[in-house]
Ligand binder design. Structure first.
Ligand SMILES: [Zn+2]
Length: 219
């Protein structure tokens, strides 16, 4: 995953969960700050920006000093950019593909609170949500490509192609592909997180047994 902070265009769904839309680079003329709150949205207009078309939002025009102070204090800011037509594009400055906490929790529940790569449970390990196919390799940034992984497995997998990772770990790649396939009917064995986790545990046991055998032979 690239380390640099870049801007991503977001689209807000009904649930108010931002969805990643596109990478718009790391340099950008920011028109302002968008505060999305309880019942109304507020725009804090950058002192250098001008609203081209009036919008139905509350607009605050801070001084340059206030503006830099606001930016400094925003730890999770949503910027916006006005294009030629005066349309507002919401932008987020964040790590590419960062998955929101609410979605992570949803994925943990879907995956039975198990690391699907080593089969260990929440409580034994600390869980994360990983992109099965890395974004860099064309993976989607949605639930069909999210998978629960413990920190260790997530780190070990890194940005490798999942097929390569599975082969390396003795895991059955096709089980994961089936599990994440939204077109397969729910309720089939392939869709059971417990089944995947069991298969993963078996793979680990097999790998460890092989290692031991090799050690014995080496002696
Ligand atoms: Zn794991």
């Amino acid at each position: 995953m690239s380390k640099g902070k870049r801007f991503y265009q977001l689209r807000y769904l009904d649930t108010n969960q931002p969805m990643y839309l596109e990478d718009v680079g790391n340099t950008l003329k920011i028109s302002g700050l968008l505060l999305q709150g309880m019942s109304s949205d507020v725009i804090i207009l950058a002192p250098t920006a001008e609203m081209i078309n009036p919008v139905t939002m509350n607009i605050i025009e801070p001084t340059l000093e206030e503006w830099s102070e606001i930016l400094r204090q925003s730890d999770d800011p949503q910027y916006f950019e006005l294009d030629e037509t005066g349309t507002i594009k919401a932008l987020h400055r964040k790590q590419r593909g960062a998955i929101s906490g609410a979605i992570q929790q949803k994925m943990w529940m879907r995956d039975g609170l198990l690391c699907l790569f080593c089969g260990r449970e929440m409580g034994d390990v600390s869980l994360t949500v990983d992109h099965f196919m890395p974004l860099e390799l064309g993976g989607e940034n949605d639930e069909t490509n999210y998978i629960t992984a413990c920190r260790k497995c997530n780190k070990r997998k890194g940005n490798r192609h999942p097929e390569e990772y599975c082969e390396d770990q003795g895991l059955k790649y096709h089980l994961y592909v089936d599990y994440l396939n939204p077109n397969l009917p729910l309720g089939t064995v392939a869709h059971s997180p417990a089944f995947i986790a069991d298969a993963a545990k078996d793979a680990k046991r097999w790998k460890n047994a092989q290692k031991k055998t090799h050690k014995t032979l080496d002696k």
